[in-house]
Design a protein around this ligand. Sequence first.
Ligand code: NAD
Ligand code: LMR
Length: 323
Amino acid sequence: MSDPVRIAVTGAAGQIGYALLFRIASGAMLGNDQDIELKLLEISPAMDALRGVVMEVEDCAFPLVKKVITTDQPEVAFEGVDIAMLVGSRPRGPGMERNDLLAANGAIFTAQGKALNDQAAKHVKVLVVGNPANTNCLIAQHNAPDLDPANFTAMTKLDHNRAVAQLSHKVQAAVGDIEGLAIWGNHSSTMFPDLLGATINSKPALDAVSQAWYEEDYIPSIQQRGAAIIQARGSSSAASAANAAVEHVREWVSGSERVTSMGVFSKGEYDTTDGLIFSYPVTVSNGVHKVVENRELNAFAQAKIKATEAELIEERDTVAHLL
Ligand code: NAD
Ligand code: LMR
C-alpha cells in the first residue's frame, strides 16, 4: 500500500455527494489497493447531515478509508489534497438553464479557487461538477494563479456516457464497441456531441444512422438529457453524475487510451478561444490529459463548436468580476 491519497469532496452531504462518497471509498475510483483520506466540505447548516453521511461511511468498514475529515472551511478541506472534486453548489430546477445558476454559484468558486491555490498540493487534480461546470471551473482556475491551469477540469463525462448509451441503444451495439465519440464545448444545451470521429466496431458511426436522426433527435436529446431527468425525477441527476465523476478522475489518474471527453483549459485547439474551460476529445497518459489532434471537422461540426464557444465566451464575460 502506498501513502493515502487525499481527496476533497465539496457538497458532500448533497445528492451527488451521497452517491459519490461510497463509490470512492469502495475503491471504484482509485483502485482496490489505494488507501484514501476523505476531506469533506459542506456549508455550516449542512454539517449535521454530513455527520450522518460520515456515520454511514464508517458503517461500511471500508478497508481503504484511513481518515475522514469534515469541515465548513475550504482552507481545511483543501489542505494538502491530491484530488479535489467540487460538487457543492445549487442545482437548477425545472425551466432553468444551467447558466442561470451563475449568480448563485459563481462566488463559491472564487473562495474555493483561492483556498486550493493556498492549501492544495501543487499537483492537485481538480474536477468541477457544480453547474455551470465549465465557467465555475474557470472561476476557480483564475483564483488559483499558482496552480497549473491544466490541473482544472470540468465534467462532461456524464454527457459523454449519455451519448455512448443512446447511440448504443439506437444501433443495438455494445457500449464497448463504440469509440472516438466526443463532447465539445460547454456542459449546457449548446454542447456538441460529435459522431464524426466515432466508430462502432471500427466502422464510421455516421454510416449506421441517418443524418436526420443525428441532427434532429440525437444531438438535442443529449443536450436536453439533464433537463429531462429533472422533469422526470423532480431533481437533477445524482447517481449517474457521481458515476461520471468517478470515471473522470479514474481516467485522469490511471489513463485512457480511448477517447473520452473533459472540459479542460483551452490553448486554442481547433481554432477555439484560448483560456476557456472547453470540452474536447481527450486521451490521458501518465496523469496528463491531451486534446486529440487532427480530428476531422466538417462545416456542420465547426458551426456547432462555434455556437457552444460563443456561449462560453458570454458566460466568461458575465463573471469577469470574479476572474
Ligand atoms: P444538492 O443540492 O443535493 O447538493 C449540493 C450540496 O452542496 C448541498 O449539500 C449544499 O449544502 C452544498 N453546498 C452548497 N454550497 C456549498 C459550498 N459553498 N461549499 C460546500 N458545499 C456547498 O445538489 P446535487 O444534486 O448534489 O448537485 C450539485 C451540483 O452538481 C449542482 O450544481 C448540479 O447542477 C451539478 N451537477 C452537475 C453535473 C455535470 O454533469 N457537470 C451533473 C449533475 C449535477
Ligand atoms: C445534468 O446534466 O444532469 C446536470 O448538469 C444537472 C442539470 O442541471 O441538468
